[in-house]
Design a protein around this ligand. Structure first.
Ligand code: R5P
Length: 299
């Protein structure tokens, strides 16, 4: 499909959506969302183009999902023939099986909730573990999971980190993207073994007794949520002589109190992409999204 392209952004997504609109040459409008005294939501959109992008990152999703679906419905009713959801952070991906009897498999539920409203979904580093590919979750629509490895590598390369730097993935799921960043930066990498005993109770181990005297460690993860993982990794490396430990995450979900605990554990700096607006943001995702969407939409 060809023709004019517009981006409608949900509240709090205006700045990154504007950056993306600039790259794609698209018209950017904001979705007007108001809340009634009883908590229900009214959504109003500007007139859509036949090809429309709805931009909404999905941290704190319980508040965002209903307005998002109302907006998608309004776009369709208003004449959008093709709607792409750009959700740089895709929620509920971590609960990908029922870990205990009676639990909902949130990942599958959310995919089923979103699928009917969109023709395409584009996200960045969704937390896929047992589900290997995003397409398997969204069988009826086009689903694209973008790698942030090039963005993280560019940031690290800009540090001119030198021979003392080493990248660390804090768990086996982090191995693939740590390796991808390592290949692009030509830095060595290692992977820790993680065990989680509760939301904030995390332990990490290294299979050998290696020391890290004078080394600068970059802990690389997809998500920093409570900070427990980064803290455990920092404690391990500091105990083994590391000169410095810093963290880079694709998606920063942590609160100020978590940031304080991370700093107290000896992490000298945290940087993240702006997939979620956060005080640690240091990397814009718009070029990555723009590149993928230009090719996908044949712009
Ligand atoms: C887990 O597998 C993820 O890759 C992250 O390591 C995890 O979500 C981080 O969570 P937290 O900051 O709460 O340890």
């Amino acid at each position: 499909m060809s023709g004019a392209l517009s981006i409608a952004s949900m509240p709090d997504n205006e700045a990154p959506a504007d950056r993306l609109a600039g790259i794609l040459g698209a018209v950017h409008t904001q979705v007007d969302v108001t809340t009634f005294p009883d908590g229900e939501t009214k959504v109003r959109i500007a007139a859509p183009t036949p090809r429309s992008i709805l931009y909404c990152t999905l941290d704190h999703p319980n508040d965002k999902l209903a307005p998002l679906i109302l907006a998608a419905s309004a776009l369709r009713e208003g004449g959008a023939a093709e709607i792409t959801l750009v959700a740089p952070y895709l929620c509920y991906m971590r609960q990908d099986c029922a870990f205990h009897q009676g639990e909902a498999v949130s990942q599958k539920v959310i995919a089923k909730v979103l699928s009917p409203w969109f023709d395409r979904i584009v996200t960045i580093e969704p937390h896929l573990h047992r589900t290997r590919r995003l397409e398997l979750l969204f069988p009826g629509i086009r689903a694209q999971a973008l790698s942030a490895a090039s963005l993280l590598a560019e940031l690290i390369s800009g540090d001119d980190a030198g021979d003392s730097a080493i990248l660390a993935g804090p768990d086996v799921e982090a191995r693939a993207w740590t390796k991808a960043v390592a290949e692009k930066t030509r830095l060595p990498f290692l992977t820790l073994a993680k065990s989680r005993h509760g939301s904030r109770n995390v332990q990490v181990q290294l299979e050998n007794e290696r020391r890290f005297d004078s080394m600068n460690i970059y802990v690389i993860d997809d998500v920093i949520s409570t900070g427990g993982t980064v803290i455990a990794a920092a404690e391990l490396f500091r105990a083994r002589g590391a000169e410095s430990v810093e963290a880079i995450a694709v998606h920063a979900l942590c609160r100020d109190a978590d940031l304080d605990r991370i700093a107290a554990a000896g992490v000298r700096r945290i940087r993240s992409t702006d997939s979620i607006a956060h005080k640690t943001n240091a990397i814009a995702v718009a070029p990555l999204l723009g590149d993928a969407l230009s090719r996908e939409l044949d712009l």
